[in-house]
Design a protein around this ligand. Structure first.
Ligand code: LLP
Length: 422
């Protein structure tokens, strides 16, 4: 469910017409709904609590949508943050996420980032390999601190919507095997700079089938029980993110209550603190990208191109993952639908959002909305082709705020310097 609905013949975000935002801020522009963000977070939390899970930590995956206003919206509901860089730690702290609710993941943390995390009081560092374990121990000792760590396991399970976003197979770069995890956990318990508290996994993204998750989670439970049988304390089990969002072309993702029920069933009788790292299911359909139709270009060979003022630098997912985003007119017109190749102005063929998509009637100057664009949309945007970084707007009820303004060309150019010899 989301809060982008037609009212009086035009598309609104909550109580604000998208056209009003487009007029004021210009296009392309991302628009987010506070009510949808809040709803997704609370639906997941309530489903987990209803299944009797003890005070689960929901560490929202900042990479999905890292705007500080989005993070603050979730932090106000008690969300933690799953982060993968010093930049994301800084964003989470700025948004008011308590450091103890921050989980630091990622296969390539630097010594500097680890030190920053420890000095900031980050609640848990998820360890992805033995060299990283040793590095965290070293940094912890140098700082006279014990780093609270969880070992990330790669459960060797196939899941996720696309090869580029599957993370849980043994040939992916993420985590260690179950055998390795047992050995590293026992080693960590004897290292002066570490305090191992749990185990973690994340098997992929845009998962629309609970079966691979259930298989991976059952294996994780087995690991917890083996570690405890060896006398090692295991307080936390972090089950990652990965639950899919509805993109209108794929199978409907499982509802949060079905996800929670599967976890409760798999974990029945296990006394542990659970953590989750959802990104997409919280943010995806809380956001749209609004763009304007520049031209309708019909080639004699028969192809019809809808040329927008948004491009792959603003929304990379179609070019990168062949991702499907529903495209809706902001003010639908009467008339016949037609098939279009929807493209942006960037100078490469990859800048194609979709081919042969049947869309409702459109004219140059019309606004369209790419739906389900709140996750991995603005967060992956760039200035490719020296296009200005896309702005972001957050709506709450009848109010809206520009939470990342469009930079000026002067801003863009001021970041660069001539070399002394030029
Ligand atoms: N935790 C870890 C360790 C992750 O690597 C990820 C996502 C998440 C949590 C959140 O997963 P989610 O709940 O959002 O599925 N850019 C791609 C998605 C990349 C996901 C990377 N890791 C896309 O646009 O589809």
């Amino acid at each position: 469910m989301n809060h982008f609905e037609l009212q009086g013949g035009e598309l609104y975000c909550e109580d604000v017409p998208l056209a009003k935002i487009a007029e004021a801020v210009g296009t392309p522009v991302y628009v987010y709904s506070s009510a949808t963000l809040e709803r997704h977070f609370t639906v997941l939390r309530d489903a987990l609590v209803a299944e009797g899970l003890r005070a689960p930590l929901i560490a929202y995956a900042v990479k999905a949508n890292s705007n500080v206003a989005v993070l603050a919206t979730l932090a106000a509901l008690g969300a933690g943050a799953d982060v993968v860089s010093e930049g994301e730690i800084r964003r989470a702290l700025k948004a008011g996420v308590p450091p103890g609710r921050i989980v630091f993941s990622g296969v390539g943390k630097t010594a500097g980032e680890i030190a920053f995390a420890l000095q900031s009081g980050v609640g848990e560092i998820n360890v992805e390999s033995e060299p990283e374990l040793n590095l965290i121990n070293k940094v912890g000792q140098e700082l006279g601190l014990r780093a609270t760590v969880a070992i990330r396991v790669n459960p060797d399970v196939e899941a996720g919507g696309h090869a580029k976003i599957s993370t849980g197979k043994a040939d992916n770069k993420f985590g260690v095997s179950f055998g390795e995890a047992e050995r590293l956990y026992a080693n960590a318990a004897n290292m002066a700079g570490l305090r191992p508290v749990g185990v973690t996994c994340h098997i992929g993204s845009q998962i629309t089938d609970l079966a691979p998750m259930a298989a991976a989670f059952a294996k994780m439970r087995g690991l917890v029980e083996r570690l405890r049988a060896e006398g090692l304390p295991v307080e936390r089990l972090d089950l990652g993110g990965g639950l899919g969002a509805p993109y209108f072309n794929t199978p409907e993702p499982p509802a949060p209550d079905a996800y929670a029920a599967m976890i409760a069933q798999t974990m029945r009788g296990l006394d542990i603190q659970f953590a989750f790292e959802p990104g997409r299911m919280v943010a995806a359909n809380a956001g749209v990208l609004v763009a304007r139709v520049l031209h309708i270009h019909e080639r004699p060979e028969g192809r019809r191109f809808l040329v927008l003022d948004a491009a792959m630098n603003d929304l990379l997912r179609p070019a990168m993952y062949d991702a499907y985003h529903d495209i809706r007119p902001v003010k639908p017109r009467d008339g016949e639908p037609a098939a279009y190749d929807v493209v942006g102005p960037i100078c490469e063929t990859g800048d194609t959002f979709t081919r042969d998509r049947t869309l409702p009637p459109l004219e140059p100057g019309d606004l369209v909305a790419f739906m389900t664009a709140g996750a991995y949309g603005a967060a992956m945007a760039s200035e490719y082709n020296s296009r200005l970084l896309v702005p972001e707007v957050l709506v709450k009820g009848a109010e809206y705020a520009v939470v990342r303004p469009r930079p000026t060309y002067e801003d863009m150019l001021a970041r660069e310097r001539p070399a002394p010899w030029l």
